[in-house]
Design a protein around this ligand. Structure first.
Ligand SMILES: NC(=O)c1ccc[n+]([C@@H]2O[C@H](COP(=O)([O-])OP(=O)(O)OC[C@H]3O[C@@H](n4cnc5c(N)ncnc54)[C@H](OP(=O)(O)O)[C@@H]3O)[C@@H](O)[C@H]2O)c1
Length: 324
């Protein structure tokens, strides 16, 4: 029998219900994976709460996991039973002991990378790869602001950007998170709720402002992110941990000739070749320790609701995973 988490209706973490199901054989083009470590992302919270209505109910959430191939369906080439693999999927279903998934979404894992590292940070690292390499070019001539600089995506973004000599300024929700951001490469970090936040950013950039803001907090930081930008600056809003951003007037952008975008990782894969190239870049960054994560927080799959509560309490992002 497979162990799964199912959502019947949107709501708080209590809607994440543990069930068992019989295991069916993979269809043509699919492989069956026994998940060993399942990633827990903010996306899963939006799916559970109903903010995103992208999971057909009743349904099993979860976009990523690492595991072992147990069975191979017809017409699948390039994979073998027993191989260690990972996957990202927009069709969900990762909160389960077993998943049948089309082989195009599956990637072989380098033996050097541990299951918990990949399950907790592959999607996040792919997001950083998209932000730094596909959306804009970020090099040592640039100064950037990263909101939630100690969050799961934020810390990898600070590490990867600072390794290129980019001047990184961070923002965090509380004073005690500042030290960690310095270890991740931030030259300066300010508390996002500080009334003088954007003035402080202007001060440390000689009155100019930053070239790019990477904002994943959304509603609470959006205004200060715009105020922190230099002329011709670029605001990349890629998340909404504090809630969705309100509509913006074009005339607001005209005040400093600003650009703005709202990218989604899955749109940047495009095709299998892109997916493989981005993954290879991420695996190398992990292997070279350009990006690193040292602490992990496992939860039993049955305790998925506790895992969500921990994530939503602004703790543990990038370290939380489920074990079937
Ligand atoms: N566009 C894409 O394709 C893409 C891909 C991956 C992730 N994302 C998005 O990026 C965002 C961050 O993801 P993540 O994996 O880094 O999450 P995470 O590890 O949980 O970090 C989120 C951080 O946001 C901050 N935050 C500010 N206000 C918050 C609030 N009201 N509730 C909870 N946290 C709040 C917290 O840091 P402080 O306490 O320091 O403020 C928290 O640590 C999410 O919205 C996620 O959906 C988007």
């Amino acid at each position: 029998m497979a162990s799964i988490i199912e959502i019947e209706e949107y709501g708080s973490s209590s809607v994440l219900t543990h069930k068992t199901r019989s295991i069916v054989s993979p269809k043509v083009g699919e492989v069956q994976i026994r998940n060993l470590a399942i990633g827990v992302n903010y996306h899963d919270v939006y799916v559970r709460s109903g903010l995103y209505k992208t999971l057909k109910l009743p349904g099993t959430p979860g976009c990523e996991a690492s595991g072992i191939i147990e069975k191979i369906g017809k017409n699948v080439v390039g994979f073998e039973e027993g191989e260690r693999v990972t996957y990202l999927t927009r069709e969900y279903g990762a909160y389960a002991s077993h998943i049948n998934i089309v082989s195009e979404k599956v990637l072989k894992l380098p033996s050097t990378l541990k299951d918990e590292l990949v399950a907790t940070n592959f999607l996040r690292a792919m997001t950083v790869e998209m932000l730094l390499n596909r959306i804009t070019s970020v090099d040592s001539s640039k100064t950037i602001l990263v909101t939630a600089a100690s969050g799961g995506v934020g810390r990898l973004l600070c590490q990867w950007a600072s390794s290129r000599g980019v001047k990184v300024i961070g923002s965090v929700g509380s004073q005690e998170k500042i030290l960690e951001t310095k270890l991740n490469g931030c030259l300066e970090t300010f508390v996002s709720s500080d009334e003088k936040f954007s003035n402080k950013v202007l001060d440390v950039t000689n009155g100019k402002g930053v070239d790019i803001v990477f904002d994943s907090v959304g509603n609470d930081t959006f205004e200060s992110s715009l105020l922190s930008l230099a002329h011709c600056g670029y605001l990349i809003n890629f998340g909404q941990s504090s809630g969705p951003v309100q509509p913006v007037l074009m005339s607001t952008l005209a005040e400093k000739s600003l650009s703005i975008s709202r990218p989604i990782l899955f749109h940047y894969f495009g095709n299998r070749k892109n997916y493989e190239n981005m993954a290879a870049s991420v695996f190398k960054a992990f292997e070279d320790e350009i990006i690193k994560v040292s602490e992990f927080l496992p939860f039993d799959l049955k305790d998925a609701s506790n895992a969500h509560d921990t994530l939503e309490s602004r703790k543990g992002g990038g370290s939380i995973y489920l074990v079937p």
